[in-house]
Structures are given as structure tokens and as C-alpha cells.
Design a protein around this ligand. Structure first.
Ligand code: BTN
Length: 147
């Protein structure tokens, strides 16, 4: 009896661990980052291309924030369910462009998380000001789930 219980315990642990590592990270859906910005990503096509929209919570400008389009590309080669990706946001309310690159992970609790780095290129009026035109940072996105 003890042996059977032990066997079942080991089996369920093994299956549980396997189940977690089996879960794949998908970009499609709605995400929120550590700044409170949100984005919606539509289906990824056969080439790995995707599009969506981004609503930033913050801006480097004094302009009124608007939802802006994003275009991205998902790497599908040898990704083991945790793919790398990149996307560009072409801001409709400013003269800037942001590129994000990152990886879609499944964390130890089975939760999907996007770990990204970004470059925000602002427009400057002259080449002499080029040195101050690019900001860099990181953002962590988690999935917005409707209850
Ligand atoms: C601008 O200010 O010119 C456009 C908006 C930039 C928002 C940046 S992009 C990187 C960072 N992550 C966000 O979610 N928002 C800021």
C-alpha cells in the first residue's frame, strides 16, 4: 500500500513537472507591462509575422497619447515553446519609433511572460543632437486575462 502511494506520488509529480515544461508561450492576445502600457497582438501568420496595437501609459512628449499600430516578427526556428520576437511601434501621436525585442517565456508557475528590451528613437532637429535621440529600457509584459 505504501509502495503504491509512493508510486502515485512520484508519477503525479513527474506529470506535473512535465505539464509545466510542456506549456508553450503564445504572443497572441492582450498584454500589460510594468509601466501600465497595454498591447493587443493578433494572430501570428505562417511566416511569423504579426500586427497589433499599443497603448502606452507614458510618453517622452507633451502630446496626448493615442493607441498606435505595431508590426512584429516571431522567430519560429528551434524555439522549444519559448520563442524570441521583435516588434516596432510607429507612434501616431509623436515623431518617434520604438523597437522591442524579447522572448516569450513560461515561468515556474506556468504563467506566460514577455521579457523585452526596447529602443525609443525620438526625432531631433539636427545631426549634432543625434547623441541624445535614443532611449533604452526594459519592459516585462504579462497576459491580461478576462475573468
Ligand atoms: C513617445 O513618447 O514619443 C512615444 C511613446 C513612447 C513610450 C515608451 S516606448 C518604451 C516604453 N515602454 C512603454 O510601454 N512606453 C514607453
Amino acid at each position: 500500500m505504501v509502495q503504491v502511494t509512493l508510486f502515485l506520488l512520484v508519477l503525479s509529480l513527474a506529470l506535473g513537472a512535465h505539464g509545466l515544461s510542456d506549456k508553450k508561450c503564445s504572443l497572441t492576445g492582450q498584454w500589460i507591462n510594468d509601466l501600465g502600457s497595454t498591447m493587443k497582438i493578433s494572430a501570428v501568420n505562417n511566416h511569423g509575422d504579426f500586427s497589433g496595437s499599443y497603448l502606452t501609459a507614458v510618453t517622452a512628449t507633451t502630446n496626448t497619447i493615442e493607441e498606435s499600430p505595431l508590426q512584429g516578427s516571431l522567430q519560429r526556428r528551434n524555439q522549444k515553446g519559448q520563442p524570441t520576437f521583435g516588434f516596432t511601434v510607429n507612434w501616431t501621436f509623436s515623431d518617434s519609433v520604438t523597437v522591442f525585442t524579447g522572448q516569450c517565456f513560461v515561468d515556474k508557475n506556468g504563467k506566460e511572460v514577455l521579457k523585452t528590451m526596447w529602443l525609443l528613437r525620438s526625432h531631433v532637429d539636427s545631426i549634432e543632437n543625434d547623441w541624445k535621440a535614443t532611449r533604452v529600457g526594459i519592459n516585462i509584459f504579462t497576459r491580461v486575462t478576462s475573468k
